[in-house]
Design a protein around this ligand. Structure first.
Ligand SMILES: NC(=O)c1ccc[n+]([C@@H]2O[C@H](COP(=O)([O-])OP(=O)(O)OC[C@H]3O[C@@H](n4cnc5c(N)ncnc54)[C@H](OP(=O)(O)O)[C@@H]3O)[C@@H](O)[C@H]2O)c1
Length: 325
């Protein structure tokens, strides 16, 4: 028997219950993994709250990302064996657990230099930074870009990586502790958007020109301001809604500056084994070389999954949060 954080209905953190579960043995193309560290992501909050429709999947074990050790493999799995250190970021849900069965194709082997806790901080967030900077909107050395929530889990990785690519990063963050972190992860300009008008500051920094791309995961509170910060033919990449869903947007608003709007999702960039290996490989390479460092911001026992989610939701976290089984 193992333990898992289960929801039987959607709602606040109180709907999460720790239950005993039987995991069983892997079927063809599956592996059984013992988790060593589990990531806490906004995606899981959207699932628990009902923002993402999951009624048909209930009851479900939450969680999209974890790292651990392969215990057993099923038939037709030839690239993994028991004892391999692995990590993943994928659906179906089920990462908030001691052990689980998972399609082996979702697992990547961890290089020796990356421990399980670091892996749980970077798989989903770091692969997101990879595709945002290289695939959704390819940045170039010399660009000046705007990144919201620069001290957050994704934000810290994105900023370090962008700086390494020769990009000047303007980062927003809420409050003095977070602005200091945004500076430490490579933002050349930091705006405390709780205290300052970020649109006016971006215009000032870019001398009125605006930026070619904004990476915006905050959503409701920043979306329209982000559009204002863009240069003509700029690209607004909205990849999350930490402050809530965006409302009141009309496509015609893009025509004012011939803007492009993207709403990308990681899972569509790693849907084949080849894509997953390439994106994860690029991430492991920047972590291995020290270009990107990721530290655990907050860790909680699995039993406190609700508390961990509440802290993330309430804007109280800095960097990545993990659960320890
Ligand atoms: N599309 C994808 O493929 C993809 C993949 C991974 C993550 N995401 C999205 O990226 C975002 C960041 O994820 P993360 O796990 O790294 O979280 P995070 O950035 O560490 O945490 C969210 C941050 O957003 C900022 N924020 C601003 N207004 C907020 C509000 N009203 N409520 C809560 N937070 C607010 C806060 O930073 P400040 O206090 O500094 O403002 C907060 O710490 C999430 O929206 C997530 O859904 C998308």
């Amino acid at each position: 028997m193992g333990r898992a954080a289960v929801i039987r209905r959607t709602g606040g953190p109180e709907v999460i219950e720790i239950e005993e579960v039987t995991v069983g043995h892997p079927g063809p193309r599956e592996a059984k993994v013992r988790h060593e560290a589990i990531a806490v992501n906004f995606h899981d909050i959207y699932v628990r709250s009902g923002l993402y429709p999951v009624q048909d999947l209930l009851p479900l074990v939450l969680g999209t990302e974890a790292a651990g050790v392969v215990l057993e493999v099923g038939a037709d799995v030839d690239y993994l064996q028991p004892g391999d250190r692995v990590a993943y970021a994928c659906r179906p849900y089920g990462a908030f657990s001691d052990e689980r069965l998972i399609e082996a194709d979702n697992l990547v082997k961890l290089p020796d230099v990356i421990d399980a806790r670091t892996a749980a901080c970077v798989m989903l967030k770091g692969m997101t930074a990879e595709y945002l900077l290289h695939r959704t909107h390819k940045v170039h050395a010399g660009d000046t870009i705007l990144v919201h929530a620069a001290a957050g889990g994704v934000g810290q990785i994105l900023c370090q990586w962008a700086r390494h690519l020769g990009v000047t990063v303007i980062g927003t963050a809420g409050g003095p502790e977070k602005t200091a972190i945004a500076r430490a992860v490579g933002c050349a300009h930091v705006i405390d958007y709780k205290a300052e008008d970020f649109v006016a500051r971006v215009k000032e920094i870019t001398q009125g020109a605006g930026v070619p791309v904004v990476y915006d995961s905050v959503g409701r509170d920043t979306f329209f301001g982000s559009m204002e910060c863009l240069a003509t033919r700029g690209h607004l990449v909205n990849f999350g809604q930490s402050s809530g869903p965006i409302e009141g947007f009309a496509v015609a608003q893009l025509s004012e500056k011939s803007l492009t709007l993207s709403r990308p999702v990681l899972f569509h960039y790693i849907s084949t084994r080849a894509e997953l290996e390439e994106v994860a490989g690029n991430l492991f390479s920047v972590i291995g070389s020290g270009v990107v460092t990721a530290r655990v911001g907050h860790s909680y026992p699995l039993e406190e999954a609700g508390r961990a989610q509440a802290a993330l939701e309430q804007r109280k976290t800095v960097g990545a949060s993990i659960l320890l089984p």
